[in-house]
Ligand binder design. Sequence first.
Ligand SMILES: Nc1ncnc2c1ncn2[C@@H]1O[C@H](COP(=O)(O)OP(=O)(O)OP(=O)(O)O)[C@@H](O)[C@H]1O
Length: 288
Amino acid sequence: MDFAIEVKHLTKKYKDFSLDDISLGIPKGSIVGIVGENGAGKSTFINALLGIIESQYEGLTYFGMNFTENEKLIKEDLAVIFDTTHYDLELSPRWIERILSHTFQNWNHELYLDYLQKFELAYDKKLKYFSRGMKMKLEFAIAFSHDAKILILDEATSGLDPIIRDEILDFIRDFTMDENHTVIMSSHITSDLDKIADYIVYIHKGKCVFMQTYDEIKENFGIIHGTQKLLETLSQDDIVCYIQEPYSLLILIKNRQQIQSIFQDLEITRPTIEEMMLFYAKGVKKTC
Ligand SMILES: Nc1ncnc2c1ncn2[C@@H]1O[C@H](COP(=O)(O)OP(=O)(O)OP(=O)(O)O)[C@@H](O)[C@H]1O
């Protein structure tokens, strides 16, 4: 598989927290959602990938190029959007462009103006007069105006209303229409990821618990509301884990279609990303 980013055995140790030996590949042309509880290590992981914080790894490549040897070149192709803007609020889009056109070789003035117009952002208005949604749209206008190949969003859509979030999901979809474009997006709003993600990475207490394609989550996994007897009847290989409820069990299974064909009357629902997280974080008998 062609990876936009590949990292091997990434570790970052803080006094009370460790990002623990994470190895994964971000497939080129995909939208990868990173989920996990507060403090799970999502931002630490993203910052380590970007070299914003020091970390230890056996390998970190972007488009097959070694990150440490080619950091400047690689960063030309990256656009990173955090939950708050890092630009001085006294600046206007015009002044930001003056700075960025010297930073990025591929800066495209016409494209920038087009995006500002499309997003209804004034060229000469200071950022301090922009709403949160407008600041976020400006970040996207900037990202799209220097021909970034990888867009990394760290909780960028948190605190935005559903209408703006929906618009932003459309920008992201449009961006990945080009198969050379890749998106990594950490978010607590898993319903947004349900709409656009091709892959889900779940980080729990500093460990990468799973990376699955979204289709596999929907097609292969299932949830059954059952009893202890059912738990014993099912093949142990098909049980991922279960959660004890007051009077019953919630069982996360794999091979959903096969199980459904055997137990035709059994109601098996497809899990959401949020339910998958809950099972992997709280479930018993984890074979995963
Ligand atoms: N500079 C630092 N020094 C010490 N500990 C840190 C530092 N930065 C982050 N941590 C710790 O690393 C852990 C992971 O934090 P991180 O911000 O990566 O989590 P997160 O998954 O992004 O959380 P959230 O969803 O709340 O943003 C936390 O326990 C945090 O306190």
